[in-house]
Design a protein around this ligand. Sequence first.
Ligand code: ADP
Ligand code: MG
Length: 287
Amino acid sequence: MNAPLQGHTASNPIAAAAEALLSVDHVSLEYRTPQRVVRATHQVSFEIDPADRFVLLGPSGCGKSTLLKAVAGFIQPCEGEIRLQGQTVHAPGPDRIVVFQEFDQLPPWKTVKQNVMFPLLASKTLKRKEAEERALHYLDKVGLAAFADAYPHTLSGGMKARVAIARALAMQPKILLMDEPFAALDALTRRKMQEELLLLWEEVRFTLLFVTHSIEEALVVGNRILLLSPHPGRVRAEVHSHQYDLHSLGGVAFQESARRIHRLLFDEGQSPETERELDFSDIRIAY
Ligand SMILES: Nc1ncnc2c1ncn2[C@@H]1O[C@H](COP(=O)(O)OP(=O)(O)O)[C@@H](O)[C@H]1O
Ligand SMILES: [Mg+2]
């Protein structure tokens, strides 16, 4: 993939004038336990346009997963509102599908194809024959057509990740939600999955909301990155990163962007001496 990725429709003035696909509007999220109230995010706002690869980036505990769960409809904001195409999100729905980090979410007694068909049948989106066709179509897209009849335990971690992605995309959601989907994979497989995700996006042009605590992964996967401060998560900045892909890793401009993001996340307001002391090893917070 040598050409820069062009996914951000907001650079197009006509698209920018249209309503965002997803609006997260001053959203605060809390967990209430008998002992105390934990505020996970504080008045977070962002908008996602169609075909964006939008990344939520921040340190562990800053509320990324909680935000994703709220967009999915599993948690209600205590303040603010989440809207999908202008409609307030109140509950989970087949228009928002989540891919989690744990691929053992695939039921082991179902074949790969049955796993991909399952949500289509359970949600009554399609009849069996159409569900099978759609499952095979997306398994082909993720390079697993030959493994349609295999069982999950016979697959590698990367292959299970691809099944989970195929299963989510087969539902043709308005927005695909991914919570650190490659975090459990070894570094090389993780790189490969990032590359495959970008290739798949070039082909299908789905809209992605992707959570990570890795600056590198955010720069590679995203076209826009929302930086969240530590607990409770607040918006620090939004940066554009559509110019990067896996081929940019280690390049001067990529490293400079990674350093800038690191400063925005952790060193805001500190002296220039501190900034000069940063080297590339400092900005790898995930690998
Ligand atoms: N079920 C829960 N009950 C109480 N507190 C929680 C629960 N889940 C998460 N939290 C707290 O909410 C904050 C945000 O968590 P989370 O969204 O998982 O962060 P991240 O995904 O960025 O690591 C953390 O302080 C975490 O301890
Ligand atoms: Mg999380």
